[in-house]
Design a protein around this ligand. Structure first.
Ligand SMILES: Cc1cc2nc3c(=O)[nH]c(=O)nc-3n(C[C@H](O)[C@H](O)[C@H](O)COP(=O)(O)O)c2cc1C
Length: 231
C-alpha cells in the first residue's frame, strides 16, 4: 500500500486557536449536520445548525452535538436553552434546504426565532416541547442526558448528549430493514472552511466475516470462532 513519507507536524500549543480550529474541522470530514430546535423559557423557538454531531449509542439510541463558545467566550443560545429546558430535536438537513439552513447560523438576538425569520415551518413534537422542522424529512426527538463542558473560554465546546425518544421518518423514506433510504434523504455534510459535501456518491462494502489471514496471524485469532460481529 502507498505510504506518505513526509508530514508537517503542527503542535497545538503555540498555534493560534482559530488556526487549530480550522485545521481540526478540515481534518474531521465530512461531518453530518444536526439542525437543532430548542425552546427558551419564554417560549422562543431556537433553530441552529451544528456539525460537531454524531450518533454515539445504539441502546439507548443517543446522539451528541457540541455548541462551542463564540470568540468572546459567550455560550450559544442553543446551549443556554438546553441548560434550562433539557429537550431538543435534531432535524436532518437535505440538500434542498442548504441555503435556508445556513441563514439560521447568523447570530440573532436571543428573543428572535431563527425558525420564523428564516421561513421554516414548525411541526409539533410528540414527546418533547421544542417543535420539529417540517422541511426536514427526518427528525429525532431527544431528551438531554448530560452536558460535558470542555472549557469556558473562547471556542470551548460543550458536548450535549441526548437520548433519542422517537424518530420521525417521512413517508416512503424507510426501507424494509428499518433504515432511511440515503438517496431520498439526500443529506449534506460539512467540510473544512465554507465547503460542504453531498451524500450522492456512495459505495457499498460488506463487513469482513473473519480475520485477514496474512496480517492478523497468530493462533489465538485463527482459532477463535469466525462469527460476524457488528458494529
Ligand atoms: C453547517 C454549520 C455547522 C455548524 N456547526 C457548529 C458547531 O458544531 N458548533 C458550533 O458552536 N457552531 C456551529 N455552527 C455555527 C452556529 O450554527 C451559529 O453559531 C449559530 O448562530 C448558533 O445559534 P444559537 O446561538 O442560536 O445557538 C455551524 C454553522 C453552520 C452553518
Amino acid at each position: 500500500m502507498n505510504q506518505f513519507t513526509h508530514y508537517e507536524t503542527l503542535s497545538v500549543a503555540g498555534r493560534d486557536m482559530r488556526q487549530n480550529y480550522q485545521t481540526l474541522i478540515s481534518c474531521v470530514v465530512p461531518r453530518p449536520i444536526a439542525f437543532v430546535t430548542t425552546l427558551s423559557p419564554t417560549g422562543v423557538v431556537n433553530l441552529a445548525p451544528f456539525s460537531f454531531f454524531n450518533g454515539v449509542s445504539g441502546h439507548p439510541p443517543a446522539v451528541m452535538f457540541a455548541p462551542a463558545n463564540d470568540r468572546h467566550g459567550r455560550e450559544k443560545d442553543t446551549l443556554a436553552n438546553l441548560r434550562q429546558i433539557g429537550e431538543f430535536v435534531v432535524n436532518i438537513v437535505p440538500h434542498a434546504i442548504a441555503d435556508a439552513m445556513n441563514e439560521t447560523s447568523f447570530t440573532y438576538p436571543r428573543d428572535v426565532s431563527e425558525l420564523v425569520v428564516c421561513g421554516f415551518t414548525s411541526l409539533s413534537s410528540t414527546q418533547v416541547r421544542p417543535p420539529r422542522v417540517a422541511e426536514s424529512p427526518v427528525q429525532l426527538e431527544c431528551r438531554l442526558m448530560q452536558i460535558v463542558d470542555l472549557g469556558s473560554g473562547p471556542l470551548a465546546g460543550h458536548v450535549c448528549i441526548g437520548e433519542v425518544l422517537c424518530f420521525h421518518i417521512a413517508a416512503g423514506f424507510l426501507t424494509p430493514d428499518g433504515a432511511v433510504d440515503p438517496a431520498k434523504l439526500d443529506a449534506i455534510a460539512r467540510m473544512g472552511g465554507d465547503w460542504y459535501a453531498t451524500t450522492r456518491d456512495r459505495f457499498s462494502m460488506p463487513r469482513p466475516t473473519g480475520p485477514k489471514s496474512s496480517n492478523c496471524g497468530g493462533s489465538a485469532i485463527e482459532s477463535s470462532p469466525q462469527v460476524p460481529h457488528r458494529p
